[in-house]
Design a protein around this ligand. Structure first.
Ligand code: PDD
Length: 277
């Protein structure tokens, strides 16, 4: 496989990093995961915009423009003759320098990107998934897609150990999002989700879900819902580049909608497929 390292293409085995690398030592960097369908990016502009927002928020200077980055990412597809469904992982860190919390001077950011095959998870999309709830113990800048994912990793692992797919996170009683996706509740024909504040990642698929809801005349209400509201929900679903629009059929062992994906979730799934093709 060919990977992108800085602005050059190289064979995967040729990328080696010094151990004094700020992404490795401090989680001092940002990343994106972009979905690929039939060898083409989905929501490329949205992801590149967010990468630049994240980098700016932590004062990393990218030495290329958005257009230059998009061109490189498209070349990555052709160089790998990518035609399947997959994803790209793209990471930018503050660079390689002797370990010191203070930013290094005149050190270029490190960037790399590589492709992975990722078939759509048809079984889960059809049947829905189980989730648990967990306290959101992350920091106050969750809109930054930071490399620091320890709370997310621990929450997802806890879900996995309980036989579940995701952990729904709550802060001060309100559901923020999930460990690696956004969360939604449907009640009386309306979609509720946490507003796009600093406490959640502003998901690229979330922006699409809002558009689909508007197109379908389904009210999209950006107001947090509580963990208690979940028990009374008509539907729960989540969204991300890898999960798409994913029905949730169980939360903390309690069934939602008798354990069946709901009709609004299904409509949004249909809109997603139409949009991604
Ligand atoms: N995660 N919230 C969090 C905390 C996330 O990590 C993600 C994405 C999302 C959804 O964002 P989007 O719709 O732009 O994919 C929400 C990616 C897939 C990951 O870390 O693997």
């Amino acid at each position: 496989p060919i990977i992108l390292a800085q602005d050059k293409f190289t064979h995967r085995d040729e990328l080696n990093y010094p151990y004094e690398e700020r992404g490795l030592q401090f989680g001092d960097g940002v990343y994106e995961v972009i979905r690929i369908y039939n060898g083409d990016y989905y929501l490329l502009n949205e992801h590149v915009d967010r990468l630049f927002r994240s980098a700016e928020a932590i004062k990393i200077n990218l030495s290329l423009t958005k257009d230059e980055l998009k061109k490189l990412l498209l070349e990555l597809l052709t160089k790998n003759k990518m035609t399947a469904d997959g994803k790209v992982y793209l990471q930018v860190s503050r660079g390689s320098a002797p370990r010191d919390h203070v930013f290094p001077l005149n050190v270029p950011a490190n960037m790399y990107a590589y492709l992975q095959d990722l078939p759509r998870n048809l079984e889960n999309l059809e049947n829905g998934v189980c989730t648990i709830t967990q306290r959101d113990v992350r920091w106050e800048n969750c809109y930054i897609k930071s490399l620091n994912l320890l709370p997310n990793v621990l929450a997802k692992q806890e879900a996995k150990e309980q036989g579940c797919y995701e952990a729904i996170l709550y802060r001060d009683g309100l559901v923020t999002e999930c460990s690696s996706s956004n969360a939604y509740l449907v009640k009386d024909g309306k979609i509720h989700t946490h507003p796009a504040t600093n406490n959640i990642l502003h998901g690229c698929v979330r922006m699409r879900v809002e558009k689909f809801a508007n197109d379908l005349n389904i009210p999209f209400i950006e107001e947090g819902f509580s963990v208690e509201d979940i028990a009374m929900a008509d539907e729960i679903f989540l969204s991300s580049s890898t999960s798409e629009v994913m029905p949730v059929i169980k939360v903390d062992n309690k069934e939602i909608n008798d354990g069946k994906p709901g009709t609004i979730t299904r409509k949004l799934q249909d809109a997603y497929i139409a949009d991604a093709n």
